[in-house]
Design a protein around this ligand. Structure first.
Ligand code: XMP
Length: 319
């Protein structure tokens, strides 16, 4: 599927030109999330406005293991882009205390994100424009373009109506995910980044079901890292794979005694456009290794299950 009717090089030239025109000499703030979408936007915007770009990376506390550090190193180190990193974990958890309803979680995270942005941009003085990594499936699934809403996607539906920027620029809003990756490669992003699997704006918050706690997030982060490491070690070509903490606890045996610990679910899917998806077929040996490692290395998880549901009726994420 594609909305692209020009070669990628031409798209890039036009996108850079569009950002430059829409920015109209104003300074630009880019919402860097850690994913390929916002990374591509940041590089496009950097090409368009150079030093007038500031990237803001809000560490929500919902990133994957070591991810915040990798993002900071890439953009500050390799690209010499002005990057501000805000450690906002405590305030996100505080706002989300007691919240269990998935849409409410998404809305609160989206709002808090924008609030942090507004606060930080005020500190920077006058910033005219916000660049966002909205892509075409985000728009479809947030109910725009006459489509029925599935989830309030972080970068579209979760925003409060009042945004203190003169303009919001969305340079890749017509692209599908694979096109964003191709665009990233053309822009010189390292393969590890251009080919990075998608990660939702609200991050691990929508993979940790029910109320969020530091302890549950830590369990999920460790289990997820083990699952991803094993898939990568096996060299499997799977588009998206991650762990989910459903918030279920069950009885098990540890050290000869009864334990009552969390269950983790493994989700691995293949898709063409993320609008529909099929469960990936994982080798049983790999699944057993992952289950043994997670239950052995992550204290607090005693059970591992596999999600084999296609989309529809399930979505890729659990919330
Ligand atoms: P779903 O769960 O809607 O996911 O089937 C489809 C794809 O979108 C990703 N996803 C998001 N991406 N902001 C994003 O930028 C979000 O709020 C969001 N929620 C889901 C999801 O990981 C999958 O790749």
């Amino acid at each position: 599927m594609s909305n692209l009717n020009v070669p990628m090089d031409v798209f890039i030239e036009e996108a850079v030109e569009t950002v430059r025109r829409e920015a109209a000499g104003r300074s630009v703030l880019c919402a860097l999330s850690g994913g390929v979408d916002s990374a591509v936007c940041a590089v496009l915007a950097h090409r368009a406005v150079g030093e007038k770009l500031t990237c803001l990376f809000v560490d929500t506390g919902f990133m994957r293991k070591n991810e915040a550090e990798q993002v900071t190193a890439l953009f500050r180190g390799s690209y010499e882009i002005n990057l501000i990193r805000v450690d906002a974990e405590e305030r996100f958890l505080e706002r989300l205390r007691g919240v269990t309803e998935p849409e409410q979680k998404r809305k609160i995270i989206g709002e808090e994100f924008i609030r942090v942005f507004e606060e930080e941009s005020k500190k920077l003085g006058k910033i005219g424009c916000l660049v966002q990594g909205t892509i075409y499936p985000d728009i479809l699934e947030s109910g725009a373009d006459g489509h029925k809403q599935v989830k309030a996607h972080h970068n579209v539906g979760g925003m409060p109506p009042r945004i203190e920027f003169e303009a919001v620029i969305e340079p890749i809003k017509t692209l599908y995910k694979e096109e964003v990756r191709e665009c990233g490669r053309k822009l010189g992003l390292p393969e590890s980044f251009a080919n990075r699997q998608p990660f939702p704006g609200p991050g691990l918050a929508v993979r940790c079901l029910g109320e969020l706690t530091k302890q549950k997030l830590a369990l999920l982060r460790e289990a997820d890292a083990i699952f991803r490491e094993e898939i990568e070690k096996a060299g499997l070509d799977i588009q998206q794979y991650f762990a989910v903490l459903p918030g279920i606890q069950s009885v098990g045996v540890r050290g000869g005694g009864r334990c009552y610990e969390h269950t983790v679910a493994l989700r691995a899917i293949n898709t063409r456009d993320f609008v529909t998806a099929r469960p990936a077929r994982l080798p049983h040996e790999l699944l057993e290794t992952v289950a043994e490692r997670i239950t052995g290395e992550v204290k607090g998880i005693n059970r591992v299950v596999l999600d084999v549901t296609p989309k529809p009726p399930a979505t890729v994420e659990w919330e």
